[in-house]
Design a protein around this ligand. Sequence first.
Ligand SMILES: [Zn+2]
Length: 459
Amino acid sequence: MKSIQAYRFALDLTPRQERAVLAHAGAARVAHNWALARVKAVMDQRAAERTYGVTEAELTPTVGWSLPALRRAWNSAKGEVAPWWRECSKEAFNTGLDALARALKNWSDSRSGKRAGRPVGFPRFKSRRRATPSVRFTTGAIRVEPDRKHVVLPRLGRLKLHESSRKLARRLDNGTARIVSATVRRDGSRWHVAFTVEVERAERVPARPTSVVGVDVGIKHLAVLTNDELVPNPRHLADAQQRMRSLGRSLSRKIGPDRRTGRRASKRWQRAAARLGRAHARVANLRRDGMHKLTTRLAREHGTVVVEDLNVAGMLRNRRLARHIADAGFAEIRRQLAYKTEWNGGRLVVADRWYPSSKTCSGCGTVKAKLALSERTYTCTTCGLTLDRDLNAARNLAALAREVDTAGSGPVAGRGADRKTRVRGLVAVKRQPGTASAGQTGTVLPQGRTTNRVLTKAH
Ligand SMILES: [Zn+2]
């Protein structure tokens, strides 16, 4: 199985190398901004001509937006725009032009309705202060040194890694990986190199192929699993968050920049901002580490993993919950499970967004009309079942996966298929309020026997 995968390593750049990378990132920005200004000027010109009543045929001709077109234009103009262009790799300019070509395509696709999701705005100019410095190499000498502690990139030369590259180096050595591109970028105060790699993966089977596990991403815990397991948040995460808060307060007491008065930030403010940035990075790293460990474990062990399809964009708009939900990284866990179940030969079932996994009793199937988020314990008024709210939801999700299997929608869906479930129909049949007691649920009745729905009417 071939898949595209990223390998990311922290770098230890010398001051001289850092200057070289920044120069390349700057070159990318110059090419991006030059091409954007050109596209914009022509668009504005055409818009103005239209208001004067110029016919469509006589308008200023449009300029191409594709990467090859942008590159041609740049190559014929670079002598004038950037007489220093020889100092940087051509890949640097390509990085900027590629970013612009994608941004313009996303914007026009979004405007014409070809692209789903939120509307995409028109590309903006990159600023030296705001933009993340980044440069991508797709050709030339890109390799990992045999000592596994250095990488070689075109123009930049031999860069020292902060960590061992053995995971990638092993694959490169035995020929199961091919480097497609390498990107150097600064994340906060640390430089990273990310390799895009085409990896040939061995076919795998989960340790327990028939096992089904429901995952409910919690607020208090990282996740709750059906087998009564509460996966805690990573160690030190709370400490790191505490430190982040105190650094934020410390920063707010110092003299920051003010664009209206043109006031420059004080040295102390700059140092405090850097400290806060590092604290943010640490929180993000701890969180990412915890999620990866959890999703890898689940995908390696269980044949079927069930998660809920949450409306994350909608939930983030809820200010009070926003931090918690961003923390738990709902969408990220789901994304990781999707590809990791595929790598391991398992599958991921995504329950419908409106499936009432929290409101349903995992014992008898009663659906509550209302369940406040503050109610952390689920208590069923019909059968008296009392258990942790998240655990109840996780059990419902696992039961759902079994229903999907037994409902006769064919054999197990394609490996790792991100399959949507038609839950509502199933709910109507099996999850009527006040039906069978705990022992009678979860089984499919043989043909000809009365269904739960008849039982409801009898009551
Ligand atoms: Zn119940």
